[in-house]
Design a protein around this ligand. Structure first.
Ligand code: NDP
Length: 455
């Protein structure tokens, strides 16, 4: 066996042993184990010749959250019934700054999903270049079909426990699925009321009380900037590309908007009921209508097909439609290996993950094997938390930057993240963005942990 083969075999064996341990310590948490595997399989080869990371057990410590808080959230519905949900905050890693990551309200929320999201967030936040650690939180509460008053009472109860664990220099949550401006307003109001402090403890706030311009747009816009950078790196352009987008929430609609601004054509959007297809490409007016439908009106995406003649509704997911690029922007594990194979066959040449872990491992493997340009979530959607970090900076300095300045900062940040991926994932003519983003995110956090000793 050659030396290179011997060392590859050893690395594989270390990785397998490490994953056995992760699996054993986290039973019943498949999403979390999946996320750790995805990162560890990039990092093990990188640290094979860097013994200090092994000696200091960096990867073992990184896969263990610093703290998981789980709590009861009792609230009263409009009929006077007492209801009980479970809330969590996973404070994953604070090596490079206060914990930072969204709060998700969705019936599917559980500890495994929040641990996977908190773990991923640690690397993503590191990639932004800003001083933010990783965390994530949420509740198995379904805001759908609830009145504003019910949502307010739920948010107040949630914060009545959460407030003691967060703070502007400790842990700064943001929104995520099911948590938008309305929920952040209710939570910030309750935090302020309990602590009697007006500080930047949450991001995604309204403009009247410390929010940042460009935060709403940042994740979707940032994802499309990243896609444009990937294409440019490979001597191609986004202009004229047909793009499949899933989801129809904050990320999806802003991704569609930025595609339009950069000359690309978004042809699908979706929700949990199915997808809508517009072969001509959605116009800005249609995207605005869908924003309103899925935002204030809380409607179903199928209604877009009733409203517009050139839009059709279909059950299932949009991945069977022919296009050049795809931006999955709904939720985790929404693209499987079979769907990836169809996309590759149909000529999709670039995939940018705007949602968190939307592609199953089998789908990721298929894209990598086929040579599809693949932008992983932690790099592609980092613009959201990046502008959240800028909201924290503005709150601390008690200033407010204008939109043009923030747009420029977002665009520069996405370019820097892209270039870091190239630095660590450069592979001849084709950049391995998965490897590049994992290693670039890892190095900063790992080196901070090395400096602290055994903590
Ligand atoms: P929203 O709540 O605004 O929208 C979520 C969208 O996904 C809705 O269209 C929803 O449809 C759809 N969806 C949810 N669950 C499913 C499912 N099981 N199957 C199909 N569709 C589904 O969330 P965001 O747009 O904010 O977030 C989308 C993704 O982006 C998430 O993975 C989130 O973690 C990630 N993200 C978001 C950031 C942000 O700044 N908002 C930052 C970084 C990542 P329906 O209305 O039917 O539920």
């Amino acid at each position: 066996m050659s030396k290179a083969h011997e060392s590859d075999a050893k690395t594989k064996e270390y990785l397998e042993r490490y994953m056995e341990g992760v699996q054993k310590r986290n039973p019943g948490e498949p999403e979390f184990v999946q996320a750790v595997y995805e990162v560890a399989s990039s990092i093990f080869p990188y640290i094979a010749d860097k013994p200090m990371y092994h000696e200091m057990q960096i990867l073992e410590r990184m896969a263990e959250p610093e703290r998981v808080i789980s709590f009861r959230v009792p609230w009263t519905d409009d009929k006077g019934n007492i209801r009980t949900n479970r809330g969590w905050r996973v404070q994953f890693n604070s090596a490079i700054g206060p914990y930072k990551g969204g709060i998700r309200f969705h019936p599917s929320v559980n500890q495994s999903i929040l641990k996977f999201l908190g773990f991923e967030q640690t690397f993503k936040n590191s990639l932004t270049g800003l001083p933010m650690g990783g965390g994530k939180g949420g509740a198995n509460f379904n805001p759908k079909g609830k009145s504003d008053n019910e949502v307010m009472r739920f948010c107040q109860s949630f914060v009545t426990e959460l407030y003691r664990h967060i703070g502007a220099d400790t842990d700064v949550p943001a929104g995520d699925i099911g948590v938008g401006g309305r929920e952040i307003g209710f939570m910030f109001g309750q935090y302020k009321r309990i602590t009697n402090e007006f500080v930047g403890v949450l991001t995604g706030k309204g403009m009247e009380f410390g929010g940042s311009k460009m935060r709403t747009e940042a994740t979707g816009y940032g994802a499309v900037f990243f896609l444009r950078n990937m294409l440019a790196q490979h001597k191609d352009a986004i202009d004229g590309k047909k793009v499949l987008i899933s989801g129809s929430g904050n990320v999806a609609t802003h991704a569609a908007e930025k595609c339009l601004q950069l000359g690309a054509t978004p042809i699908t959007l979706s929700d949990s009921g199915g997808f809508v297809h517009c072969a001509d490409g959605f116009t800005q007016e249609q995207v605005d209508w869908i924003k309103e439908l899925k935002g204030a009106r809380r409607g179903r995406i199928s209604e877009a097909a009733d409203e517009f003649n050139n839009v059709t509704f279909h059950e299932g997911r949009p991945w069977g439609i022919e296009a050049d690029c795809a931006i999955p922007s709904a939720t985790q594990n929404e693209v499987n290996a079979e769907e990836a194979a169809v996309m590759i066959k149909n000529g999709v040449m670039a995939v940018a993950e705007a949602a968190n872990m939307p592609c199953e491992q089998g789908a990721v493997d298929s894209f990598m094997e086929a040579g599809t340009l693949f932008g992983p979530a932690k790099a592609v959607n980092a613009g959201g938390v990046g502008v959240s970090g800028l909201e924290m900076s503005q709150n601390s300095a008690r200033i407010s930057w204008d939109e043009d300045h923030l747009r420029k900062l977002l665009e520069d940040m996405m370019r820097d993240i892209h270039d870091s991926c190239v630095q660590y994932g450069g592979d001849g003519d084709k950049v391995n963005y998965l490897q590049g983003s994992n290693i670039a995110g890892f190095v900063k956090v790992a080196d901070a942990m090395l400096s602290y000793g055994h903590v």
